[in-house]
Design a protein around this ligand. Structure first.
Ligand SMILES: NC(=O)N[C@@H](CC(=O)O)C(=O)O
Ligand SMILES: [Zn+2]
Ligand SMILES: [Zn+2]
Length: 468
């Protein structure tokens, strides 16, 4: 691999934007400075004054393989990531089969190792499989979940009793529980009450703000009781943001780091119930589209530190599956490729500062999911050269025809984004001049913190090695 010099660029470093040069050797950033020297055989990237930033870490994607490859697979999903400036993803367990035991985990690992062009973690699924969690943890899952407290795609939701048992086991393993927090009983109640409602907006009403708030409250009470580390997925409401802000404040007042983190998605930040008319069933996702007050609260939350990170909840479904009435349509929207472009556009529009955007998309997810110990998440000497080069002034309309997901559509059609000119993963340029420049299978598995036996270690190293 040639060494790389990125010159004529600006970086956010030591709390300010400054011009710099970056040297990359063996996939790592080895020097940051000015007038750096390289040998003639090295590759030079002239950024033309554009920004070099840490690439995105998306801790919440559904790449659908195995089992639902008409919607997405590890190659198409990871190409979408690379083109959107994301070089690390964590895949969710609601595939077919679900990632709830050794066999299913090894099958997914083999497929991902054969096809992914970006680095990846794999989460372990939580159903009635409490006795399998230890094995999954030792095999290297990044975290557990998303644990479904309510029904969503894949039907992996569990009842309150199993939920508590699972959290207790995850605590015992000193692992991380990631939680889809919606209250199933309340959802069922509203389903009965709204029987005659055939509007698209029905979906926002059947999972009202209170449905998320109740589940977040419940989940955080258990987190405190069991002292388990947790992460709340796709927080979407004013109410939940308020609960989280208060819990974090109370923890900090006692000089404790909060035991939990949370994420928000671009679709909850940049779309609202006003989009139902335009999006029809394409706007159906869990948790659902919310009103303006929630959006304001989420924006405040990403700025004041209540919300730790953004993640896409990339949940591709085909147009043919979505273009049906609101009850029949599957929930979920694609988003891994538009995550960074939308966040960069939001910086451009002064919705949040660049410094905060960098924290939300790289360092905070790295820390929360233990990827900092894999040298991920910062533009810094010694860290992986997972970088994007972007011109922040270049706002472009988002168009599905240029995106890489198999979904073939985007809920953000026509909205503005700032797309990367280059994406580098461990010092390899994998996206340049609007093209993918990477072999399937170059992505590395980032195993979790679970201790493996030597035997497992050897087995796992073999998985995927024969494929290229
Ligand atoms: N967000 C969704 O509406 N759907 C996700 C599952 C999930 O994250 O709940 C999916 O896998 O389709
Ligand atoms: Zn979810
Ligand atoms: Zn999800």
């Amino acid at each position: 691999m040639p060494d790389i010099l990125i010159k004529n660029t600006r970086i956010y470093y030591n709390n300010s934007l400054q011009s710099a040069e970056i040297i990359i050797e063996d996939g790592k950033v080895t020097k940051i400075g000015k007038d750096l020297r390289v040998s003639s055989s090295d590759m030079i990237i002239d950024a033309g004054g554009a920004l070099t930033l840490p690439a995105g870490i998306d801790v919440h994607v559904h790449f659908r393989e195995p089992g639902m490859t008409s919607k997405e697979n590890w190659y198409t999903g990871s190409c979408a990531a690379a083109a959107g400036g994301v070089t690390t993803v964590i895949d969710q367990p609601n595939t077919v089969p679900p990632t709830t035991n050794r066999l299913a985990f090894e099958q997914k690992l083999r497929l991902a190792r054969g096809k992914s062009i970006v680095d990846f973690g794999i989460n372990g699924g939580v159903t009635g499989n409490i006795e399998k969690l230890e094995e999954l943890w030792k095999l290297g899952v990044t975290a557990f979940g998303e644990i479904f407290m309510a029904e969503s795609t894949g039907g992996l939701n569990i009842n309150e009793e199993t939920f508590e048992e699972a959290l207790a086991e995850i605590k015992r393993l000193d692992a991380l529980a990631t939680i889809h927090a919606e209250d199933e009983k309340m959802r069922l109640e509203f389903e009965k009450l709204l029987k005659g409602d055939t509007s698209y907006e029905y979906h926002s009403r059947v999972r009202p703000n209170a449905c998320e708030a109740a589940a977040v409250q419940k989940a955080l009470e258990l987190v405190s009781k069991l002292q388990v580390r947790a992460h709340l997925c796709h927080i979407s409401t004013l109410e939940a943001t308020g609960i989280i802000r208060k819990k974090k404040y109370l923890a900090r007042r006692e000089n404790k780091e909060p035991l939990f983190t949370c994420e928000v998605t671009p679709h909850h930040l940049f779309l609202s119930t006003r989009d139902w008319e335009r999006l029809r069933s394409f706007g159906k996702m869990n948790p659902p589209l919310r009103g303006g007050n929630s959006i304001k609260a989420l924006v405040n939350g990403i700025n004041d530190g209540t919300i730790d990170m953004v993640a896409s909840d990339h949940a591709p479904h085909l147009e043919s599956e979505k273009d049906v009435d609101i009850r029949a349509a599957p929930s979920g929207v694609p988003g891994v490729e538009t995550l960074m472009p939308l966040m960069l556009a939001a910086v451009r529009k002064n919705i949040l500062p660049l410094s905060r955007m960098i924290m939300l998309t790289s360092w905070n997810p790295a820390k929360a999911f233990g990827l900092d110990r894999k040298s991920k998440g910062r533009l810094e000497v010694g860290f992986d050269a997972d970088l994007i080069i972007v011109n922040p002034r270049e706002l472009r309309p988002i168009k599905a025809e240029f995106l890489h997901s198999k979904a073939g559509w985007t809920p953000f059609e026509g909205m503005e984004g700032v797309f990367p000119e280059y994406t580098l993963s461990r010092g390899e340029v994998i996206w340049i001049e609007e093209s993918i420049n990477a072999k399937p299978g170059r992505g590395n598995f980032l195993e979790g913190r679970g201790e493996r036996s030597e035997e497992d270690e050897e087995d796992l190293e073999e998985i995927g090695e024969t494929q290229d």
